[in-house]
Design a binder for this molecule. Structure first.
Ligand SMILES: Nc1nc2c(ncn2[C@@H]2O[C@H](COP(=O)(O)OP(=O)(O)OP(=O)(O)O)[C@@H](O)[C@H]2O)c(=O)[nH]1
Ligand SMILES: [Mg+2]
Length: 452
């Protein structure tokens, strides 16, 4: 497939650099290359060339690489120019290319063309963006795995099983006179159950993949003065939040990101939970509760010095006031004031850690705990990256399959089971892009860098 529009963009990062890369793709590449360089470079050979303007004056001297279709990133004719990496010189080259009939590429347009020409599926194209945006080595490794097609292959395997199932079901619909024997029926049931398990496994892996890219949100909560802001500052390694002995110091959410074990941790300091004394504090407490409800983990701080001995019943009652089901870790703070020792009981329900945000004693135990929590999502060394979009599609696939299983178990019409199998397959094909609306595609590629 070729494209009438020839697109051009700077592919290297903005700013000054040793080398700047300009990329072109489309039908006009051969003509434009000849005009710019005086001759068409031989395919796939690095050719030293002078890039010239309309009057034949030199704009730059660099390397030209010509990749004729279909053996290129986009599948179209591609020219890559490696010149000097100054913003002005790169701009001159791009302007000359526009003069010669190129159009400025939109963000992600090269990748979009690669997708349209069957060079990449959507998951792989997204992995390209994830690799470029990776905030940690773990995320970068996972993105490469997706790029190499690992995630796509798992979806492909599910699709193949669904196709086989649908062929069997359609045959039963087409030849209704042939009595469906109980063997075939049992086989359909077994396939459905197997598919359910496998979709659940892919979903769990995708969930870890999303965590790896997005990180986990850790909300620091507790009563006023428990030492929440002190703990945030300690974990961040800088004095971000105001700390005073006045209860109710923090009123707003304060966010800071740290990397722990290669996973981004989004720390959120919150206003102390109590019956607020004024409208500002009331809003702060409302925001704190909202943050708690959405947290991947809540560190619930208790001022041990103010509770000697610790009243377990009171603590249980306090925790009962939080949103139900929030994953909690109890942090017993200010152990320096009670001459207590730092300890960690990660196996307790909920886990407990005693520390001092002020002296730093025990903070390493908390860090280790957080690393383990983040790792819970990512321990599977082979997890490829994934996105929320994929999770949503897997969820739709799961729901349709479940409906299919229910119809099958209820002895319902084969047509019903077949229809749900078709919808399951359709939801899965949205992931790799065989069945995606143009709007969705546009949205995905619009989030890419220009030149990618
Ligand atoms: N001795 C001791 N004091 C601490 C410790 N952690 C915090 N504090 C003190 O406790 C007081 C309250 O600390 P903050 O960090 O502001 O507490 P907070 O939970 O953010 O309080 P609010 O924002 O008002 O809800 C300050 O005077 C801190 O210096 C600790 O581990 N040991
Ligand atoms: Mg505070």
């Amino acid at each position: 497939m070729s494209s009438a529009d020839t697109i051009a963009a700077v592919a290297s990062a903005p700013g000054r650099g040793a080398i700047g890369v300009v990329r072109l793709s489309g039908d006009g590449v051969a003509r434009i290359a000849t005009a710019l360089l005086g001759a068409l470079p031989s395919p796939r050979h690095a050719t030293l060339a002078t890039f010239r303007d309309a009057d034949g004056l030199s704009l730059d001297v660099g390397i030209a690489l010509y990749f004729p279709a279909p053996h290129s990133f986009t599948g179209e004719d591609v020219l890559e120019l490696q010149g000097h990496g100054g913003p002005v010189v790169l701009d001159l080259v791009v302007r000359r290319l526009l003069e010669l009939g190129c159009r400025a590429a939109r963000p992600g347009e090269f990748s979009q063309r690669a997708f349209l020409n069957g060079k990449l599926d959507i998951v792989q194209a997204e992995a390209v963006a994830d690799l470029i945006g990776a905030a940690s080595t773990a995320a970068a490794r996972a993105a490469v795995r997706s790029l190499q097609g690992e995630f796509s292959a798992r979806i492909g395997a599910l699709q193949a099983q669904l196709t086989a199932l649908r062929v069997r079901l359609e045959a039963a619909i087409d030849f209704p006179d042939e009595q469906i024997d109980s063997d075939a029926d049992a086989e359909t049931g077994a396939s459905l159950v197997r598919l359910q398990d496998e979709i659940a496994a892919v979903r769990a892996s995708a969930e870890r993949g999303v965590r790896l890219v997005e990180g986990i949100t850790v909300v620091i909560a507790g009563k006023p003065n428990a030492g929440k802001s002190s703990l945030l500052n300690r974990l961040a390694g800088e004095e971000l939040a105001i700390v005073t002995e006045v209860p109710g110091t923090t009123r707003d959410l304060l966010r800071h990101q740290v990397l722990e074990g290669g996973i981004p941790l989004h720390l959120v300091d919150t206003a102390g939970l109590r019956a607020a004394t004024d409208a500002i504090e009331a809003e702060g407490v409302r925001r704190a509760r909202a943050a708690i409800a959405q947290a991947d983990r809540v560190l619930y701080l208790v001022d041990t010095a103010a509770h000697v001995p610790l009243d377990e019943d009171a603590l249980t009652a306090e925790l009962g006031g939080l949103a139900p089901g929030v994953p909690l870790t109890i942090v017993l703070n200010k152990i320096d004031l009670v001459a207590g020792r730092a300890f960690a009981e990660p196996g307790a329900q909920p886990p407990r850690i005693a520390l001092s945000a002020k002296t730093g004693a025990g903070v390493e135990l908390l860090r280790a705990h957080l690393r383990t929590l983040a790792g819970d999502f990512t321990t599977e060394a082979a997890a490829p990256t994934a996105r929320r979009r994929h999770l949503a599609a897997l969820e739709r696939a799961r729901a349709h399959l479940e409906a299919g299983v229910a119809a099958h178990l209820a002895g319902g019409a084969v047509e019903l089971v077949a229809e749900e199998a078709r919808l399951t397959q359709r939801a899965l094909s949205e992931i790799t892009g065989e069945f995606s609306s143009d709007d969705l595609l546009g949205e995905i590629f619009a989030n890419f860098c220009i030149g990618k």
